[in-house]
Ligand binder design. Structure first.
Ligand code: NAP
Length: 262
C-alpha cells in the first residue's frame, strides 16, 4: 500500500485521482484550501486524511508539508493544485498567483519532503502543453502578464525546476517527473478558462495513477510525460537546456525562501 499526498484534491483531476487511488487500496492524503470542499472530498474518499493550505501564500506550502508529515509516512507527492484564470492575480507576497501556486508552492512542498521521500519516493508535477519561455522578472513579481502567458510560463518554470532538481539530487533523491495530464480535460479550470466542457477527466486520472505507482515511471526522473501523445516527449526546448533550468531553479529557490528570511 502506497501513501500519496495530492495537492488540489478538492476538485477536478486531483479529486478524481484521490478517489481512484483510495479505491485501489492506497492511502491518499488530500490537500485543499477550502475547509468545506476538503471535508466533502475526504468524505468521498472514505474519510481520507486531509491538510489545509492556501498555496497562493508562500509561507503555507512548507506548513502543508509539515502537517502532512505529522500524519505519518509519505511515498509519493502529486503536485496537482493549479490555477489559470483568477480574479486575484496578485498575491499578498507580491507575486503573480499562477507562479505562486503552479511553480513556487510545489517546489517548497517538494523541498521540505525530499529527505523523507528518499530514493524510493516519487514527485509528480502537473505540467501542461501550455509552456512559454520564463521571464525570471515576471516570476519574481515584476510587471503584469495575461492569464495565458502567466499560466504557460508558470508551467514551463515548474517543468524546468523539476528537471534541474532531479539532476541535482541524482540517485539520492526521489524520482521527480513532469506530466502533462492531457489538454482540455473537463474540469473547472478548463470550463472557466475556455468555456468548454472538455474531454473525459479519466484521461488525466489514469496517467497520474500510472506516474505514481507503475514501473514505467520508476526511472522517469527529470523527464516530461506528454499525455497528449501518450508517451515521454520533448517539453519546450528551454526545459532541455541545463543552464536555463538551473537558473530557474535558483530563482525559484530564492522566492520560496523569501518568507523564511522575512
Ligand atoms: N484540465 C486540464 O485539461 C489540464 C491540462 C493540463 C494541466 N492541467 C493541470 O492539472 C492540475 C489540476 O487541474 P484541474 O484541471 O483539475 O483544475 P481544477 O478542477 O480547477 O482543480 C484545481 C485544484 O487546485 C486547487 N487550487 C487552486 N488554487 C489553489 C490555491 N491557491 N491553494 C490551494 N489549492 C488551490 C483547487 O482548489 P479549489 O477546489 O478550492 O478551487 C482545486 O482543488 C493543474 O495543475 C492544472 O494546471 C490541467
Amino acid at each position: 500500500m502506497t501513501t500519496i499526498l495530492i495537492t488540489g484534491a478538492t476538485d477536478g483531476i486531483g479529486k478524481e485521482t484521490a478517489k481512484a487511488l483510495v479505491a485501489a487500496g492506497h492511502t491518499a492524503i488530500l490537500h485543499g484550501r477550502n475547509a468545506e470542499k476538503l471535508a466533502a472530498a475526504a468524505q468521498e474518499c472514505g474519510c481520507a486524511p486531509t491538510v489545509q493550505a492556501d498555496l497562493s501564500i508562500l509561507s503555507e506550502a512548507p506548513k502543508l508539508a509539515e502537517a502532512a508529515l505529522e500524519l505519518g509516512r509519505i511515498d509519493v507527492v502529486i503536485n496537482n493544485a493549479g490555477v489559470f484564470n483568477t480574479r486575484q492575480t496578485r498575491t499578498a507576497d507580491g507575486l503573480d498567483s499562477r507562479f505562486a501556486v503552479n511553480t513556487i508552492a510545489p517546489y517548497a512542498i517538494t523541498e521540505r519532503l525530499l529527505t523523507h521521500l528518499g530514493p524510493s519516493g516519487r514527485v509528480i508535477n502537473l505540467s501542461s502543453a501550455a509552456q512559454a519561455p520564463v521571464s525570471l522578472a515576471a516570476m519574481r513579481g515584476e510587471g503584469t502578464l495575461s492569464d495565458g502567458a502567466a499560466y504557460a510560463q508558470s508551467k514551463l518554470a515548474l517543468t524546468m525546476w523539476t528537471t534541474a532538481l532531479a539532476a541535482e539530487r541524482g540517485a539520492e533523491g526521489p524520482m521527480m517527473v513532469s506530466v502533462n495530464p492531457g489538454s482540455l480535460l473537463g474540469t473547472k479550470m478548463v470550463r472557466d478558462a475556455f468555456g468548454t466542457s472538455g474531454k473525459d477527466m479519466s484521461i488525466g486520472v489514469d496517467i497520474l495513477v500510472r506516474a505514481a505507482l507503475s514501473d514505467e515511471f520508476a526511472n522517469a526522473g527529470g523527464r516530461y510525460f506528454d499525455n497528449d501523445i501518450g508517451r515521454f516527449g520533448p517539453p519546450h526546448p528551454d526545459a532541455t537546456n541545463r543552464e536555463k533550468c538551473r537558473a530557474v531553479l535558483r530563482a525559484v529557490r530564492e522566492i520560496a525562501q523569501a518568507p523564511a528570511r522575512a
